[in-house]
Design a protein around this ligand. Structure first.
Ligand code: FAD
Length: 394
């Protein structure tokens, strides 16, 4: 009988893996476990926050996957037994597998930042999982008076979407400058360095000198606690009271990865960079944000690339063949303003058990570029989103 592969999580990584498994071998039994009927994508959700886009443009369903013969089970996985090779679902159904692909994305770490728990997120949204949280933060920005203060706290590494907090800061600064010009945004950062920093800081100086202030770790940016009852961020150097407070807290692999015993003490999942098989359990593979992918960032682009590699490797392993060494790539676009895009690209290869940068490949947008280059990159960003969501869900 045909081999059974169960995929847990129907986001960028999991939905890609399910589809590409069937393309590698149409005889495979592929089951995708995902509790939500509609997936809400994070890329471009920063545009939703500032009214440049509606949340409905972020929503995708699984009909195309169903038509291709993938079995979609609308449940959450609640337990995984690596010895008996079974997955238990929230309705107590038990699925057995020959190979399991875990793609649960991230969980916010509700214990990492004193004062910040799930209840606090109703007052100080994270908006780091798109959906209700995106809408909540957007409503708060819309309701804020001109002259108000917005505060964003950015987490330490590693976290989902390294340039994401800075794209968000840029677009909120754009919103303030154009709609509420007497207002101010302060970014409190737990780091001294961040992705595409030279490009972002040059653009901020040019576009938002009066509306955006970035406070680095060394300048006292690390937030040590928050108080949702007063919207206050406390740092080692003092306190900032916000009219709108956006807390992007520390993160870890989705909880089911921990329940499967696939996480190490960092809270993320160590994997083999050729097959994405867990280093802690045989026959379990981990792709997307939950995995420790070395130099590859936690992005939708990377999740999609890893899932294709993993699907090909799983199909080969099930046939008793040896998977080839991968050369995945990543590109992350960010918008600094509606017509102002910048990007970073990388190429990776396995070195000493980790995915490392291929020296001399990849790079970032030029620091000095004409407006038409920035406009072209904003168009490429939109085209990338259409292409990837079409490939994964369309
Ligand atoms: P997800 O896409 O989050 O999917 C995980 C899925 O697993 C979810 O559907 C969840 O419901 C499901 N799941 C979780 N637990 C279980 C369980 N127990 N049982 C069953 N299912 C479960 N990336 C880019 O490449 N470009 C960008 O421009 C970009 N912009 C971003 C902007 C923001 C503001 C943010 C927050 C992120 C951005 N990202 C971007 C990053 C991107 O969203 C993530 O890297 C990507 O979603 C990771 O894919 P994933 O499949 O690992 O996780």
């Amino acid at each position: 009988s045909a081999a059974k592969v169960v995929v847990v999580g129907g986001g960028f990584a999991g939905a890609t893996a399910a589809r590409f498994l069937r393309r590698e071998n149409p005889k495979l039994h592929v089951t995708l476990v995902e509790p939500n009927a509609t997936f809400i994508a994070c890329p471009f959700s920063n545009e939703v926050l500032v009214g440049l886009r509606e949340l409905s443009a972020q929503q995708f369903r699984y009909d195309a996957l169903k038509r291709e013969g993938i079995q979609i089970v609308q449940q959450a996985a609640t337990a995984i037994d690596a010895d008996t090779r079974t997955v238990t679902l929230s309705d107590k159904t038990v699925l057995s597998y020959d190979r399991l692909i875990l793609a649960p994305g991230i969980d916010l770490d509700w214990k990492a930042l004193p004062g910040y728990d799930e209840a606090a997120a109703q007052r100080m949204p994270h908006a780091w999982k798109a959906g209700e949280q995106t809408t909540l933060l957007r409503r708060q920005l819309e309701a804020m008076q001109d002259g108000g203060t917005v505060v964003i706290s950015a987490p330490p590494n590693p976290f989902r979407c390294p340039p994401g907090p800075y794209e968000r800061a840029s677009l909120i600064a754009w919103y303030l400058k154009t709609k509420k010009p007497r207002s101010k945004l302060i970014v409190l950062d737990a780091k001294d360095q961040f992705s595409k920093q030279r490009l972002f800081t040059a653009a901020w100086k040019q576009l938002y000198p009066d509306n955006l202030e970035w406070v680095s770790l060394s300048q006292g940016g690390k937030v040590t606690s928050v108080d949702p009852s007063t919207n206050t961020f406390t740092t080692e150097f003092g306190a900032h009271k916000a009219d709108v407070g956006n807390v992007i807290p520390p993160q870890r692999a989705g909880r089911i990865a921990e329940l499967a015993g696939a996480t190490d003490r960092t809270g993320w999942c160590p994997i083999d960079p050729v097959t994405f098989e867990s280093r802690l359990h045989k026959n379990i593979h981990v792709v997307g944000d939950a995995a420790i992918a070395g130099a590859m960032p936690k992005s939708a682009f990377a999740a999609n690339a890893q899932a294709k590699i993993c699907a090909a490797a799983v199909a080969k392993l099930l046939r008793g063949e040896t998977p080839a060494e991968p050369r995945p790539i990543n590109t992350c676009y960010s918008l600094v303003a509606p017509d102002y895009g910048i990007s970073i690209a990388g190429v990776y290869h396995p070195v000493n058990g980790l995915l490392a940068d291929v020296e001399g490949a990849g790079g970032i947008s030029p620091v000095d570029a004409p407006a038409q280059t920035r406009k072209a990159e904003a168009d490429y960003a939109a085209a990338w989103f259409r292409t990837i969501t079409g490939e994964v869900f369309g």
